[in-house]
Structure formats: C-alpha cells, structure tokens
Ligand binder design. Structure first.
Ligand SMILES: [Zn+2]
Length: 333
C-alpha cells in the first residue's frame, strides 16, 4: 500500500467513524422514544385482565398496541412494546423495560369493564406529580380527543392517590424510573354502546385513533426528532403495599376490579354476594366445572375465586368455564 493510499484509507475510516458517531448520537439524543405496554398477558385466563366473551382484554390490548406501534414508527417515532406475545410481566418489569430503552413516555394500553355493564367511555390515568402530571395530562387529552371522535364519551385525564403516592402501580413504578407514564382505558368492552363502537372500528380503528392522538402530542412538543426534558424520578415509598396495579400477574383480575371508577368496587360486592352453587353443611361450595368435574372450595377459597371475576358481574358463570384443575391452582391446592 502506498503511503498516499494509506493516508486516504485512514482518512475515510476516520470520516466513516465520525459518521457512525454522529448517527449514533443523533439516535440517542434526538429521537422521541415511546414504550407501549399492552396490559396484562399470561397463560389462560389468569393474565386475561377483563373478560367478556368473545373478548379477553389481554388480546385486545395487544392488537391495539400493535396497530399503534406501526403508526408511530411510520411517523418516525422510535417505538417499543413491553410484550409482543401472551406473556406475564409484572409492573416493575414493564417500567424497568421503559427505562432500559431510555423512553420518553410509557403508555399502557387497556380496556375497561364493570360489574353492571352500565359504565361507558374512555379515560386516561396519569401521575400526581409536577411535570409527570402535565405531560400525562397533555398526552392523555390528545388521545381522548381522538377517541371521542369515534363517538366514545371522554371521561377525562385523571389522577388517583394511594397511600404510597400514585395509586396505579404502572404509573408509580414508571415515574420512579423518571419515565412519564399513563394508562389509557379505551372503553368499556362489556357495555353495549362502547362495544358497538369497538366492533364498528375494530382494534385497528381504535389503535389508529390513539396513535393519532399520540402523534399530535409528539408534534406539539417538537416532533419525532425531539426528546422530552427529563425530570427527577419520584422516589418510591419504602415498604408501600398499596395496590393499584394493572399487572398481568395471577392476581390481575382482582386488581382489575379496582381499576377505573370507584363504583366498580360496589359492583364487586354485588357479584360476590350472588351464589349459584350449592353449599355443604360446613359452608363449603360444591363446584362443578363445565366438563362435569366436581370439587369443594372453602368459603375463603371461594371468595378468592369470586374476587378474580368480580368485575364481570357474573363471576360464577366465568368460574364455571375454567377447568377445576386451574381453579385448584389459583387457590393453591
Ligand atoms: Zn386492564
């Protein structure tokens, strides 16, 4: 190699290296990054979230999130999902994942249901704190504006206080990682009116509306090339035990009953009070599943199972659909 060639090669290597550096730097520093979190997930009904045949919330969440992802990417926004399959993740894992990709926003995708089937509309939950509130409020308002364009009632962007700060775990863990986090409850999938809109638009139509709202928000803060200013994380309260998760863990259905409006809680009581199976002398429930398998549950076990489906308003119907072996596993037998 001549010395001139050597010089040129070295020079071009340096230029190339410089380009790579610039490119890498611009990807990291100058691109909006959003993590979409399809709520719930996990085998069978344990991670289903709300259940209302033919809908399982976990599947609907995933379908809607996938639509949103493709539209955000088409708009030049770096987009990741906490799950792309039917897997169980806890809330800390979802928030930690958002942090690991240096997300500007964590958006958790959900659908609601209520015991009475009477509740309607879309709502967004955001953090109580400072810039996390203002970011979530603005983002949520943009999303709700689009969902209301489909005919869904907008119930607003809300906060909820628990005894360790933000009530909802996803938001609490998200802002503890300095990632502004919101939960979008798209509509009540068990309500006849909301369902008619869901079915008219499909998951892709619902996802399109939410994606449009997100893109409108991103444009309002400088576009896909911008990043949001980082705020200090909100410290987690040590030893806090308050609930408010919307996790896809085995306890998700119980927790789901706490999601959304306070009135959901009263419907839970109503559902749990109804009895469709006979009791033995000791008060144990004599249960028969749809396959004809018979088992006995103590009052404590039975209440635990009822709690898992309380938000459906017809808990015993749903319990009957689950094989006895799965129910035994749920109560640790
Ligand atoms: Zn949910």
């Amino acid at each position: 190699m001549t010395s001139l060639k050597k010089t040129l090669t070295t020079l071009s290597k340096a230029v190339l290296f410089g380009l790579i550096l610039t490119f890498t730097f611009s990807l990291k520093a100058n691109a909006m990054t959003i993590v979409l979190d399809p709520g719930h997930g996990g085998p069978g009904t344990s991670g289903a979230g709300a259940l209302y045949p033919p809908y399982m919330e976990k599947s609907l969440n995933l379908a809607v999130a996938s639509q949103i992802k493709s539209e955000l990417e088409a708009a030049g926004i770096k987009t990741y999902m906490t799950r792309t399959g039917d897997v169980s993740l806890d809330l800390q894992q979802r928030a930690a994942y958002a942090k690991s990709v240096n997300a500007d926003l964590l958006i958790s995708i959900h659908f609601n249901s209520s015991g009475s089937h009477a509740y309607t509309g879309s709502e967004v939950w955001t953090s109580l704190y400072g810039s996390y509130y203002t970011t979530g409020y603005s983002l949520g308002s943009n999303i709700l504006q689009q969902l209301s364009g489909l005919g869904l009632q907008s119930k607003g962007v809300k906060t909820k206080l628990g005894n360790s700060g933000d009530y909802y775990g996803l938001i609490r863990y998200g802002v503890a990682q300095a990632v502004p986090s919101i939960i979008v409850e798209h509509c009540f999938m068990d309500n006849a009116y909301d369902r008619s809109i869901l079915e008219a638009n499909g998951p892709s139509g619902i996802g399109h509306a939410t994606a449009t709202g997100i893109i409108n928000y991103v444009n309002s803060v400088g576009g896909a090339g911008a990043t949001l200013p980082k705020s200090n994380p909100i410290a987690l309260v040590e030893g806090a035990t308050s609930g408010g998760s919307t996790a896809g863990t085995a306890v998700a259905p119980t927790v789901k009953a706490n999601t959304g409006t306070a009135s959901t809680a009263s419907s839970k009581t109503t559902a749990a009070a109804s009895v469709g199976f006979s009791k033995d002398a000791a008060g144990n429930t004599i249960f028969t599943d749809k396959n004809g398998n018979t088992g006995t549950f103590t009052p404590a076990e039975w209440n635990k199972l009822l709690g898992n489906w309380a938000y459906t308003g017809n808990a015993e119907y749903y319990i009957r659909q689950v094989p006895l072996g799965d129910l035994n596993a749920m109560v640790g037998k």
